[in-house]
Design a protein around this ligand. Structure first.
Ligand code: MOS
Length: 735
């Protein structure tokens, strides 16, 4: 029986619930000291003086570092493609660009001592009024010089198509700043060996990128740096690029000549490690009377820091999702304000963009009188409107039809406020989604051991989604073993280089390298069976050898030999297969590769209090072949829960005068709890996509967080007749 396709529970689950999994801050290391960061109270200005005498004398203190005595780092210019969360390096000068910027680091015997000594530091500031983001500033936004993709796009003549359209809708949609709020705080343990090798145990989604950045900024060759992260307690993009605290921990460890643990506090995670920038998005749609789109225009603005050109590509999905006969135009601009640099946050670009696009589609459905599911079916397309290439696979139509059936969409009455349950207003909404499929190179090694088990190794990550398990399934099928005979090691730069755990790409790419490595190891074993010492299948053809359950058999004979016997016979303790997966970048390939979904939400709204509750939710996904239905379902329900937070709860508030994020904890920043979430109906309709990956899979994780918010917002409109174009949908907006 194949391991792929089985709903196997996560192998690391037991380790996690028993405390056997060591997260970065849990790694026990004798002699380690602890660092704490002291951060700025003002958002713009400079420090005039930093008094460290009292802190230096406090119990247990080993060192106090400020910009006066911190070793120098090499700043790098901004690029979306370099693994740095922000270019500005703190503790190198007296300047202050954002509230919460590190100003000093205290290193002490214990974390409590370091944090206490930090409170004794006396800082005198010279402050200017900070520039704080407000949506009106979108009018003054500019195109930044640095960018990852083209900022604007134009196919056809979108403006003319919209101007001439029989039906048009145009609206502004706004979304707030949000923070990742992984359960595990960002943490680093920095260890210098006597020979000058630096080992960084770091809570990161990219050990390889962190090594690269540390090498460039600290001026150490990459061969002298190891980065390790075996377990992540959530990342959501916040740990996808490297942040200054990791580098500062390395410097602090060098200064005190001891290993140093540095863990950010929950509040510090709001200012030291990125966030999702707010967006102000304007969408205009034009259509004929039957709801067939003639034009789409989507323009987005986001704030970024004063030093980095971070662009939130919210209009990206509008280039690809729907056909518009007359044209599609998109643009992105930024405004520079006093804050730390924004970064990707789970389903960056798409999750914000779809709120605007799929809310606008619902508005168009009401403007034309076409059912919202039917409207989407009418605007479906087999070719990517942006590049003109055919989609590799696109089961969006199936997602919509299957989802509507599971949900019972045919029982919905279209009129707003027409459905009730007792005193509650009932609303039903739909939204579709498209998500970029990423193709990245990665390497992996598979070792068959003398005992007949196998070891998989790659410097990839299990971000908490089940990579340890699914890679074992992939290797098991490649080798002809059962998955429980495979051990997987990840998250260490000493293993074969792989790509970061970002863009929902690990299953399709890093795991493809595992498949290739497994196949290479199996091929070597088959070769031994044909030509090795005492070869059991001497003279046979390789294609006639079948491997299952660790046993090689020759077709049409009763000859067989186990991996263990084969290795022993040849005096080998192991057999190694290398995998090197190097796909063509998607943009250069013959097909446009994306994953898709259709989402259906039912809400009940209390008409007197404006409180919105999710009643039920149906998600149907096309993410290609599903390797493990159980871990895939977990991703989907996790993504839906994220979307519920985005729709109804999450917002990082900024003090308009002080420029600080204010609600820096879980009592001020709300995320959904179990009580907010009903049963979620999740299913998969995609098939093998050979363009996407040799494993046939497309990106899934982040897809599932996309378009939950518009499905809910559209349901709220259906329930109440109120169109909320500003997230989150809180009670005061419905009263
Ligand atoms: Mo994900 S936001 O691409 O780490």
């Amino acid at each position: 029986m194949n391991a792929i396709g089985q709903p196997i529970s996560r192998f690391d689950g037991r380790l996690k619930v028993t405390g056997g999994a060591h997260y970065t801050a849990d790694i026990p290391l004798a002699g380690a000291a602890h660092a704490a960061i002291v951060h700025s109270r003002i958002a713009n200005g400079r420090t005039v003086s930093i008094g460290t005498t009292a802190a230096g004398r406090a119990p247990g203190v080993l060192a106090v570092l400020t910009h006066h005595n911190t070793p120098r780092m090499k700043p790098l210019p901004w690029s979306h493609l370099r693994p740095q969360g922000q270019t500005y390096l703190p503790l190198q000068d007296d300047k202050i660009h954002y509230a919460g910027q590190p100003i000093a680091i205290v290193v002490a015997e214990t974390r409590d001592q370091a944090m206490h000594a930090g409170t004794l530091i006396e800082i005198e500031y010279e402050g200017n009024r900070p520039v704080v983001f407000e949506p009106q500033m979108a009018r003054e936004a500019i195109e930044p010089p640095q960018r990852m993709w083209p900022l604007s796009s134009l196919v056809g003549d979108a403006d003319k198509a919209i101007a001439d359209a029989a039906v048009k809708v145009e609206q502004v949609y706004t979304m707030p700043d949000r923070h990742h709020n992984a359960m595990e705080p960002h943490a680093t343990l920095a260890v210098w060996d006597e020979d000058g090798t630096l080992t960084l145990y770091d809570s990161t989604q990219m050990v390889v990128g962190t090594r690269k950045l540390a090498s460039l900024v600290l001026g150490i060759p990459e061969e002298k740096i190891n980065v390790v992260c075996e377990f992540l307690g959530g990342g959501f993009g916040g740990k996808s690029w490297s942040w200054p605290h990791t580098l500062l921990a390395a410097l602090a460890a060098r200064v005190v000549n001891r290993p140093v643990h540095l863990q950010l506090t929950r509040a510090q995670m709001y200012s030291m490690v990125g966030h999702q920038a707010a967006t102000v998005q304007t969408i205009a749609l034009g259509s004929d009377r039957d709801g067939k789109l003639t034009g789409i225009r989507h323009d987005s603005v986001n704030p970024t820091s004063v030093f980095d050109d971070y662009v939130e590509y919210a209009a990206l999905a509008s280039r690809h999702l729907w056909r518009a006969s007359g044209g599609i135009s998109t643009s992105h601009r930024v405004v520079y304000v006093n804050r730390n640099s924004p970064v990707v946050l789970r389903a960056p670009m798409e999750a914000q963009g779809h709120f605007a696009l799929e809310s606008a589609m619902d508005e168009l459905a009401y403007a034309t009188g076409v059912d919202p599911v039917e409207l989407r079916l009418r605007n479906d397309t087999d070719t990517d409107p942006y590049s003109g290439r055919p989609f590799s696979t696109r089961a969006l139509r199936k997602c919509l039809i299957e989802g509507a059936a599971r949900f019972g969409w045919d029982k919905r009455t279209a009129e707003p406020r027409s459905m009730r349950d007792g005193r509650y207003l009932i609303g039903q909404g739909v939204a579709a989604a498209i998500f970029t499929h990423w193709r990245w190179p990665g390497k992996a090694r598979v070792t068959l051991n003398g005992g007949g088990s196998a070891l998989v190794e790659a410097a990839a990550h299990d971000i908490g989604t089940g990579t340890y398990t699914v890679m074992a399934q992939v290797a098991a099928d490649a080798l002809g073993l059962t998955a429980d005979r495979v051990v997987v090691r990840l998250g260490d730069t000493r293993l074969p280089e792989s790509h970061p755990a970002i863009g929902s790409s690990t299953m399709a790419n890093a795991s493809a390298a595992v498949m290739l490595a497994g196949q290479a190891a199996r091929k070597k074993a088959v070769q031994l069976a044909l030509t090795g010492r005492d070869a059991p299948f001497a003279g046979a053809a390789p294609d006639d050898v079948v491997v299952a359950d660790g046993k090689l058999s020759l077709a049409r004979t009763n000859l067989n030999v186990t991996y263990a016997e084969l290795l022993a016979r040849n005096g080998l303790s192991s057999l190694v297969g290398d995998g090197d997966y190097d796909p063509v970048e998607e943009v250069n390939g013959p097909k446009a590769i994306f994953s898709f979904s259709a989402l259906f939400a039912e809400v009940r709204v209390d008409p007197e209090f404006g409180l919105v509750r999710l009643n039920r939710f149906v998600g149907v996904y096309d993410a290609g072949r599903i390797i493990n239905p159980k871990t895939a379902r977990s991703q989907a329900i996790g993504g839906i829960i994220w979307g519920v937070g985005q729709a109804l709860l999450e917002k990082s508030e900024t003090d308009p005068a002080l420029g600080r994020f204010m609600n820096r904890n879980f009592s001020g920043y709300l995320v959904p709890t179990n009580a907010d979430i009903p049963n979620l109906d999740v299913s998969f309709v995609g098939g093998f996509d050979e363009e996407a990956s040799p494993l046939g899979t497309k990106g899934l994780g982040e897809l599932t967080a996309v378009s939950v918010a518009p499905a809910i917002a559209n349901a709220v409109y259906h329930a109440t007749g109120k169109r909320i174009r500003d997230l989150p949908i809180t009670v005061e907006k419905l009263l």
